[in-house]
Write a protein that binds this ligand. Structure first.
Ligand code: FMN
Length: 351
């Protein structure tokens, strides 16, 4: 297919995103996973075989508490990658989200670059993806396109504002309320890497989505990616903006009701998954780390990486005396002084 500007942008996101991970040029924003220490459980009084790492969310039992997060589709190259990621997901029994399908709603040629995910993962749990401004008709089309089991509606104010061609109008709440009320599959409201405050999570909870993905900082940073795409000096700099995944999870815990929380942003080890669950996540996902592993080391290396996490998780749960996700969410931990200060400030603000 001959490719549009939007398809070209997808390819640029891909190469700049992979480069960020490849060069470990991910600036630290706020607290990291290292700001939480696990307290030793001297007497777990259980066996590794007692552990059940499966998790129930979005009306589905997920065998593993992590999935491959939304990235690709829309161009020839990113369509191939969707195909490869779906093969990996199929072989490792993981769920997978595709990248934003908005391009395929405008350009019929791009549809196949998303459908490939369903072809390669016929029985898998697939998650559609669109921006928060898309009306319910588009949501239905995106779901049908890949026979999706759920849809992520991404909220990305910072990314749009840093993009020279990005949106400048942000009236999303009424539309999201309609989408949530009418979508034929569960709806996740998802940030793309700038995190969510307690107040933001409260606002989203009132819309009653099936889940909220707090999409925190410290992983893929779209402020840096978009500035690099601009290729010109720009004083509009949001590189250090946002709340990290750790901070966003703790912020979500200060809210009043219990919409399930998904954690994304900088998750690159089984330990990061465990810490995210300890901080209240019911499910986690990784994007940049999976992509970089696939692009630099190939499909088998990514499968091996995922298998390593799958083998590690039951042992890590046992280490913390936790037979399942619910128990792990209660596991004892210590916070670093700076993170403890963050929690106290947040508690005071929400009192
Ligand atoms: C190359 C690339 C493309 C992405 N495209 C999308 C997208 O289309 N829709 C979306 O909701 N998130 C998109 N994301 C964001 C990821 O889904 C995720 O929220 C973010 O990268 C943080 O996770 P990470 O630190 O594990 O990469 C993209 C990320 C990358 C690296």
């Amino acid at each position: 297919m001959s490719e549009s500007n939007q398809a070209h942008r997808k390819d640029e996101h891909l190469s700049l995103g992979v480069n960020l991970w490849r060069q470990s040029q991910r600036l630290q924003v706020g607290a990291t996973f290292d700001d939480i220490r696990w307290l030793p459980t001297t007497f777990p009084e259980m066996s590794v075989s007692d552990v059940d790492v499966s998790t129930n969310i979005l009306g589905h039992d997920f065998k593993w508490p992590f999935y491959i997060e939304a990235m690709t589709g829309g161009s020839n190259l990113t369509g191939r990658i969707n195909g490869e990621l779906a093969q990996v997901a199929q072989k490792t029994d993981l769920a997978m989200a595709v990248g934003s399908q908005s391009i395929a709603l405008k350009e019929p040629d791009a549809v196949s670059s998303f459908k490939i995910a369903r072809q390669n993962h016929p029985d898998g749990f697939l998650i559609a993806n669109l921006g928060a401004d898309h009306p319910i008709e588009n949501v239905r089309d995106a779901i049908d396109m890949i026979d999706a089991n759920a849809i992520e509606m991404h909220v990305n104010v910072a990314q749009e504002l840093v993009m020279s061609e990005g949106d400048r109008d942000f009236y999303w709440l009424d539309n999201l309320a309609t989408v949530i009320a009418k979508s034929p599959v569960p709806v996740i409201i998802k940030e793309v890497g700038f995190g969510m405050s307690t107040r933001s999570v409260e606002i989203i909870k009132k819309l009653n989505p099936s889940a909220i993905n707090i999409g925190g900082a410290n992983g893929t940073n779209f402020a840096i990616i978009e500035r690099r795409r601009n290729r010109q000096p720009d004083t509009f700099n949001l590189d250090q903006y946002g709340l990290s995944t750790v901070e966003s999870l703790l912020s979500a815990q200060l809210t009043s009701n219990n919409t399930p929380i998904v954690a994304t942003g900088g998750i690159q080890t089984a330990n990061d998954i465990v810490t995210s669950i300890m901080l209240g996540a019911t499910l986690t996902s990784s994007a940049g780390f999976m992509l970089e592993t696939l692009m630099d080391k190939g499909q088998n290396a990514l499968i091996q990486q995922i298998n390593d996490w799958q083998h590690a998780l039951p042992r890590l749960f046992t280490l913390l005396g936790s037979k399942n996700i619910k128990a792990l969410q209660q596991a004892e931990r210590l916070y670093s002084p700076s993170l403890y200060n963050f929690i106290q400030q947040n508690e005071n603000a929400t009192r």
